[in-house]
Design a protein around this ligand. Structure first.
Ligand code: SDX
Length: 431
C-alpha cells in the first residue's frame, strides 16, 4: 500500500504544485505525478522510463549500485545455491518459501500440466523447419488461448491460478517441441517422473531410438539458469506483459506479447547475440579490434552481454552464471573451450578499459549463459526460448500482482507531440 511520507514542491510558470511522495521498503522515494496533468496541465517526459516507476510491487528488488537482486527479499545468490527453480516459482507467485507440503502440492500441480493439447502439435507443422524457435513460441503460446478457454477469464481468481500453473508447466514442453521441430526429430512427451529441468533436457535431447539419461550436473546447471532468469522487476518484457494485461487481454496473449518483446537483441535476444559475437571474435588476439569498435561512436556495434539499464557495478546473476560455466565445461571436458577463453579474456580486457568502467558496462546475465547452453548442446537459436521459459514465472507473477492491484487501470502513456499542427487538406492538383 502506498502511504504518503512527504511532499514534493514543483513550481513552473505561474504554478506552485505540491505532489505526494511515497517511501519504499527499499530503493528511492517516488513522486506521485498521477494528478500532475490535471493540476498543472503538463506531462512529464521520460523516454525509456529511466526515472519512472510504472507500478508498486512486492516481488523483486534490484539495487543497481550494490549489484543486489532480491526475490521477495531473498538474494539471488542464496536462491541459486540453496533453492531450485520450482521453489523459486512458488516464492515469486505466492510471496513466501513453501513448506514441504506446499512444495510437494505445487510440484504435483505443475508436473501434471506439462502436456499440451495434442491438436497443438499441428501448429508446428505450419512453420518452415528453419523457423526461429522464438517465432514458433510467440505463435504457439498466443494460440493457447484457443485451447484453454477454461482459464482465460481474468476476472475469475481460480482461472487466473490455473492459467499461471499451465503457463509455467507447458513452456518447457512448447520450447522443446520448437527445438525438435527445427531439427526434424519427433516430439518427446514430458515425463512426470523427472524434475522440471531434467524433464526439459529429456524433451530436448532424448530420441525414441535409444535410452537417454540426464546428467545430474547438467540438470542442476539448467535449473540454476532457469532460476537466474526467473524475474527482474519491470524490465521491457515484463512491462509489455503488464501493459497487455492492463487492457484485460487473456494471460496467454499477454505472455505471447512478453515473448515477442524478449526476443530483441537489446533484451533477451542478447544471449544469442553474445555467443554469436564471441564466435565472430573467434580468438583472443582479435579482442582489441572489437573493443575499439564498441567504443567507436560511428560504429553501431556494441559488446553483447555487457551493460545494463539498472546494474551499474555488476549483475549478480553473471557472477553465479560464471561459476556454473566453469562447472559445466569442466564436466564436459571442454574447459579449454575457445569461446569461453575469448569470453574470459574479453571480460578482463573490457573491465580494464576506462570506456567500460566509466560507463559502468559490466557483464550481464547473458554474457555466460550462452556458453553454458552451447556446451550443453543447444543451438544459439534456443538461447532466448530458454530465457522466455524461465521468465514466464516472472511475467505471470507480475501479471497477477497487477490484476490484484486496486489502483490498476489500462496503461495509456501520453507524448510530447512535435508534428504538424492543424492544416487543411490540399487537393492533389494543388500540391
Ligand atoms: C537483459 O532490464 C532488464 O532487467 C533486462 C534483463 C532482464 O533480466 O530482464 O536484465 C535482461 O536484457 C540484459 C541486457 C542484455 N542486453 C545486452 O547485453 C545488449 C548490449 N547492451 C546494451 O544494448 C545496453 O547496455 C543496454 C540496452 C542493456 C542498456 O542500455 P542503456 O542503459 O539504455 O544504456 P545506453 O544504451 O543509453 O548506453 C549508455 C552508454 C552509451 O554511450 P554514450 O551514448 O553515453 O556515449 O553506454 C554505451 C552506449 O553507447 N553502451 C555500450 C554498451 N551498452 C551501452 N557500449 C558498448 N557496448 C555495450 N554493450
Amino acid at each position: 500500500m502506498t502511504n504518503q511520507t512527504s511532499t514534493a514542491k514543483l513550481s513552473f510558470g505561474d504554478k506552485e504544485l505540491e505532489l505526494p511522495m511515497y517511501s519504499p521498503t527499499a530503493g528511492p522515494d517516488v513522486i506521485d505525478i498521477s494528478k500532475l496533468y490535471a493540476q498543472g496541465d503538463v506531462f512529464t517526459f521520460d523516454p525509456g522510463f529511466t526515472s519512472t516507476a510504472a507500478c508498486d510491487s512486492t516481488i523483486t528488488f534490484i539495487d543497481g549500485e550494490k549489484g543486489e537482486l532480491l526475490h521477495r527479499g531473498y538474494p539471488i545468490d542464496q536462491l541459486a545455491e540453496k533453492s531450485h527453480f520450482l521453489e523459486v516459482c512458488y516464492l515469486l507467485l505466492y510471496g513466501n518459501l513453501p513448506t514441504a507440503a506446499e512444495a510437494e502440492d505445487f510440484e504435483y500441480r505443475v508436473t501434471r500440466h506439462t502436456m499440451v493439447h495434442e491438436q497443438m502439435t499441428k501448429f508446428y507443422s505450419g512453420f518452415r523447419r528453419d523457423a526461429h524457435p522464438m517465432a514458433i513460441m510467440v505463435g504457439v503460446v498466443g494460440a493457447m488461448s484457443a485451447f484453454y478457454h477454461d482459464s482465460t477469464d481474468i476476472a475469475d481468481p481460480w482461472q487466473r491460478e490455473v492459467a499461471s500453473i499451465r503457463m509455467i508447466a507447458k513452456m518447457p514442453t512448447i520450447a522443446a517441441m520448437a527445438y525438435k521441430y527445427t531439427i526434424g526429430q519427433p516430439f518427446v512427451y514430458p515425463r512426470n517422473d523427472l524434475d522440471y529441468a531434467s524433464n526439459f533436457l529429456n524433451m530436448c535431447f532424448s530420441v525414441p531410438a535409444e535410452n537417454f539419461e540426464v546428467n545430474p550436473i547438467l540438470s542442476r546447471a539448467m535449473d540454476r539458469i532457469f532460476t537466474l532468469h526467473a524475474d527482474h522487476e519491470q524490465n521491457a518484457s515484463t512491462s509489455t506483459v503488464r501493459l497487455a494485461g492492463s487492457s484485460g487481454a487473456n494471460p496467454f496473449a499477454c505472455i505471447a506479447a512478453g515473448i515477442a518483446c524478449l526476443w530483441g537483441p537489446a533484451h533477451g535476444g542478447a544471449n544469442q547475440a553474445c555467443l554469436e559475437m564471441l564466435k565472430e571474435i573467434g580468438t583472443v588476439d582479435r579482442i582489441p579490434e572489437y573493443i575499439a569498435r564498441a567504443k567507436d561512436k560511428d560504429d553501431p556495434f556494441r559488446l553483447m552481454g555487457f551493460g545494463h539499464r539498472v546494474y551499474k557495478n555488476f549483475d549478480p546473476r553473471a557472477k553465479v552464471m560464471k561459476q556454473s560455466a566453469d562447472e559445466v565445461l569442466d564436466l564436459l571436458g571442454v574447459e579449454n573451450n575457445p569461446t569461453l577463453q575469448v569470453a574470459k579474456e574479453l571480460e578482463k580486457a573490457a573491465l580494464e578499459d576506462p570506456y567500460f568502467t566509466e560507463k559502468k558496462l559490466f557483464p550481464n546475465v547473458d554474457f555466460y549463459s550462452g556458453i553454458i547452453l552451447e556446451a550443453m548442446g543447444f543451438p544459439t537459436s534456443m538461447f532466448t526460448p530458454i530465457f522466455a521459459l524461465s521468465r514466464t514465472v516472472g511475467w505471470i507473477s507480475q501479471w497477477k500482482e497487477m490484476l490484484n492491484d486496486p489502483k490498476q487501470k489500462i496503461g495509456r502513456p501520453r507524448q510530447l507531440y512535435l508534428g504538424e499542427t492543424l492544416r487543411d487538406y490540399v487537393d492533389v492538383e494543388n500540391r
